[in-house]
Ligand binder design. Structure first.
Ligand code: FMN
Length: 202
């Protein structure tokens, strides 16, 4: 009986630890994200009143659920015709989001809601700078003019600000980023790297 109870306790603790831990892939495979949470959070007017840039460079390691929720808020698909939480000029939907965490660099595929691993030799730890997540917004010059891409990126950025405010996370929109290094890591041109956002999960 004692052995049975000990085994049960051990299994319960192991299950709890496993459930609480983020399940990032150890190898270079894509990561399928869990279904995002699309309701709840802080009332919009409260989030607007509390939104601010916070440059605190610390944060917890994100779970896949947190990443999925954050990305959906940023620019997730909301309608059957594929339209998003953020508007885009001529509905070009040209803003791509790369996700940098201590676990690596990934491109978000919003249709499949998965993270595609980017193999890079670049050391991007200075961009992450101890925070939980660094989002990189890029666009394809063939899809949109730079002027419209800048505006469209701003809408995505504000979605992220409001979502982070709602979660009581730290967050800042960044123009001062190493575009050349990020472009090398993401295999695009430096002028296609628009902005970054550094997020600290508390
Ligand atoms: C286009 C843009 C670029 C920004 N670049 C930086 C940056 O490189 N570094 C930084 O610390 N904050 C940056 N910020 C954040 C602003 O400094 C911040 O929004 C401003 O001081 C107002 O503060 P608030 O966001 O708390 O209202 C940027 C904001 C915008 C809109």
């Amino acid at each position: 009986m004692k052995h049975f109870l000990r085994t049960c306790c051990f299994s319960a603790v192991a299950a709890l630890l496993f459930a609480a831990a983020p399940v990032w892939a150890d190898d270079a495979e894509d990561i399928r994200l869990p279904t995002p949470q699309k309701s709840g959070g802080m009332p919009l007017l409260d989030a607007l009143a509390s939104r601010k840039s916070s440059r605190r460079t610390q944060g917890e390691r994100p779970t896949l659920q947190q990443i999925s929720d954050l990305l959906w808020a940023a620019n997730g698909i909301t309608r059957p015709d594929g339209k998003r939480t953020a508007p885009s000029a001529m509905n070009r939907q040209e803003i791509d989001i790369a996700v940098l965490t201590a676990d690596g660099l990934y491109e978000w595929d919003e249709e499949e809601n998965k993270l595609e691993r980017e193999e890079t030799r670049e050391d991007l730890s200075d961009q992450l700078n101890g925070s939980s997540v660094f989002l990189v917004f890029t666009f394809d010059k063939d899809d949109q003019t730079p002027a419209y891409a800048q505006v469209d990126c701003g809408f995505v950025g504000q979605n992220v600000y409001l979502y982070c405010t709602s979660q009581k996370w730290d967050c800042v929109f960044l123009g001062s980023i190493d575009r050349k290094k990020l472009a090398r890591a993401l295999d695009c041109d430096a002028d296609e790297v628009l902005y970054g956002m550094r997020i600290g999960i508390r």
